[in-house]
Write a protein that binds this ligand. Structure first.
Ligand SMILES: NC(=O)c1ccc[n+]([C@@H]2O[C@H](COP(=O)([O-])OP(=O)(O)OC[C@H]3O[C@@H](n4cnc5c(N)ncnc54)[C@H](OP(=O)(O)O)[C@@H]3O)[C@@H](O)[C@H]2O)c1
Length: 276
């Protein structure tokens, strides 16, 4: 079993340096895949109302027998933005998960045209005060949106989960996060597999360290102080993805990987993308 190190969030909670994405892990096979990831050392699980697998994640958590060692993340969908709507939505997530608390609760997308994300964030802080949520964060927020949350509530989110991979390294946003104590979390950290893992620079660096290309990419995330959440349904790839903490990339190698920058995988611009 791999031991995945943890960092402290701005609210004092422990947060693993790598976690499991669960998009697409559903039904019995999905539960089995999540349990196998926990067995191989994963402690951070990422789900969302819109993945329609909170039930499977909750079932895997119960089967693992180590609920208190796990950080279960879920996300508020756009259709539930607003103060009262968020409180109600959280109760639905808790019921589907079958858990007594959400360890990390994120606003999935800001949906700025609806302008309700500050109300939702306030509701999440109220849920935190009541103990139903441990850490409060956001996903797909831009710098001005984060600045507004901090300005209007006095609280910086603990986490901002954003698209990040070598094609989209998010240098400016990461600098803003560092300045405000916000932990970066990378979604689609392997760029959804795509052609990233056959890029020559990644293949060469992998050979130099005698590791797999995916491990190089995931180590790049962790050395840039972001928590990647690779999704894999396969026990061997899950183990490989988690096993990235016993080699170090040089500064030149990190720069060479970041030079693959070319932009987002799809048109997921938080200023315009609406996800309900
Ligand atoms: N907040 C948001 O808006 C948002 C958006 C997108 C995603 N997410 C979260 O981020 C998680 C991860 O993103 P993602 O699922 O889009 O993409 P990803 O983790 O970058 O890539 C997943 C794909 O890579 C394959 N894979 C995994 N490990 C591999 C390895 N070592 N070598 C080769 N292929 C490998 C997987 O196939 P196998 O399963 O067959 O291994 C799967 O097809 C999601 O599951 C979700 O939890 C959040």
């Amino acid at each position: 079993m791999v031991t995945i190190p943890a960092v402290s969030l701005n609210d004092g909670a422990d947060f693993p340096e790598l976690g499991l994405g669960t998009y697409g892990l559903r039904d019995v096979a999905g539960v089995d895949a999540i349990v196998s990831a926990i067995d191989s050392g994963y402690r951070l699980l990422d789900t969302a109302v819109n993945y329609e697998n909170e039930t499977e994640v909750g079932e895997a958590v119960r089967r693992s027998g180590i609920r208190d060692d796990l950080i279960v993340t879920t996300k508020l969908p756009g259709r539930d933005h607003g103060f009262d709507e968020t409180i109600r939505s959280a109760q639905g997530s808790l019921e589907r998960l079958g858990l007594e608390r959400i360890d990390l609760y994120l606003i999935h997308w800001p949906n700025p045209a609806h302008d309700l994300y500050v109300d939702s964030f306030r509701a999440m802080l109220a849920l935190r005060d009541e103990g139903q949520v441990v850490s409060v964060g956001v996903s797909n927020f831009t710098e001005p949106m984060l600045a507004r949350l901090i300005d209007e509530t006095g609280v910086a989110p603990a986490v901002n989960q954003v698209e990040m991979h070598p094609y989209f390294p998010q240098a400016e946003l990461r600098a803003f996060h560092a300045a405000h104590g916000i932990r970066t979390e990378s979604w689609s950290p392997l760029a959804k597999r795509s052609e990233l893992l056959s890029e020559q620079v990644i293949v060469d660096i992998a050979a130099a360290h005698a590791v797999a290309p995916g491990q190089v990419v995931l180590r790049w995330h962790t050395q840039l102080s972001s928590t990647p959440i690779p999704k894999s349904a396969d026990a061997d790839r899950q183990r490989e993805n988690a096993d990235v903490f016993d080699f170090l990339l040089s500064g030149d190698e990190i720069a060479a990987i970041s030079a693959l920058e070319r932009g987002r995988l799809w048109d997921g611009d938080p200023d315009t993308h609406e996800e309900m």
